[in-house]
Design a protein around this ligand. Structure first.
Ligand SMILES: N[C@@H](CCC(=O)NCCCC(=O)O)C(=O)O
Length: 265
């Protein structure tokens, strides 16, 4: 008998940010992260918190987790530094649950995708550090967009990245170089020991990585594939790779869960 498969969309958790709005604590997520995952066949579930670090309810439903971008920075105390520019936003509430969840998800083989802040979070969660101001680091370029420009220009393709030969991204793109957008002031300084660089900017900054020892698909990128993926084939391909991994994870859960429930009495 063939094992049953699920036709339901895989459930992908997305981390929301916590900001103050009109005096109230408010959980936020930019809609293009949701739309991008919907486009590649996933059911998104926005997660505001994991009180007390209890992840059991989340792990029971997650077929994948997106650690998305955000204007805020990971607090530098997580990599042993003081805040370099106090005028920039922090989100210590998000740090408190996303950093341990990253470690747990990778250990369990749940598909993980990181974008921008999420990319930086994964590096920090695994013991890496960040440049708090890439543009001030000797030899590195300014990776920030011009905030006076409209969104179209801020998310325009900004520079090439060289794709690591034999890596996950080369498998997805089949090309040695692609063009990416660039919407960040911070960046990877010390790459966590368990991570492997998957792409580099022309100034040498690591722009993508994977954790090869994790059991499941995982990838993180400094750029923003969620911006207009319909119009950008490379963005669509990388999102689709994550969506497909979530689908496989879900199918595997269905296959391993169903026999008990379906066994004849
Ligand atoms: N604060 C970090 C993170 C950058 C980042 O995630 N930018 C995206 C912001 C908008 C969005 O949510 O899409 C840095 O500046 O390096």
């Amino acid at each position: 008998m063939n094992a049953p498969v699920s036709s339901a969309r895989p459930v992908v958790l997305i981390a929301s940010c916590k900001v103050e709005l009109d005096g109230f604590p408010t959980y936020t997520i930019r809609g293009n992260y949701v739309d991008a995952l919907t486009l590649v066949g996933c059911q998104t579930l926005i997660v505001p918190e994991a009180a007390g670090g209890d992840f059991s309810a989340l792990l029971a439903v997650a077929d994948g987790i997106l650690f998305n971008g955000s204007p805020s920075n990971v607090h530098p105390s997580h990599y042993g530094e003081e805040v370099h520019d106090p005028s920039l936003p922090q989100d210590t509430d998000r740090d408190a649950w996303t950093l341990p969840l990253i470690r747990l998800a990778l250990e369990r083989g749940i598909p993980v995708f990181g974008i921008c802040r999420g990319y930086q979070e994964i590096n920090v969660a695994l013991g890496g550090s960040l440049h708090q101001a890439v543009h001030e680091a000797p030899g590195l370029s300014d990776h920030r967009p011009d905030d006076r420009e409209n969104l179209e220009k801020r998310y325009a393709l900004a520079h090439p990245v060289a794709i690591t030969a034999g890596g996950v991204l080369e498998g997805i793109f089949g090309e040695p170089e692609i063009e990416v957008n660039s919407v960040h002031g911070q960046g990877v300084n010390r790459l966590a020991p368990s991570l492997r660089a998957e792409a580099h900017a022309p100034d040498g900054l690591v722009e993508a990585f994977t954790c090869p020892t994790a059991k499941g698909f995982n990838l993180a990128v400094q750029w923003h594939p969620e911006w207009r993926p319909q119009d950008r084939p490379h963005s669509l391909k990388v999102l689709q790779a994550f969506g497909d991994a979530c689908k496989r994870f879900q199918q595997n859960r269905v296959r391993t869960a169903v026999p008990d429930a379906a066994s004849p009495a």
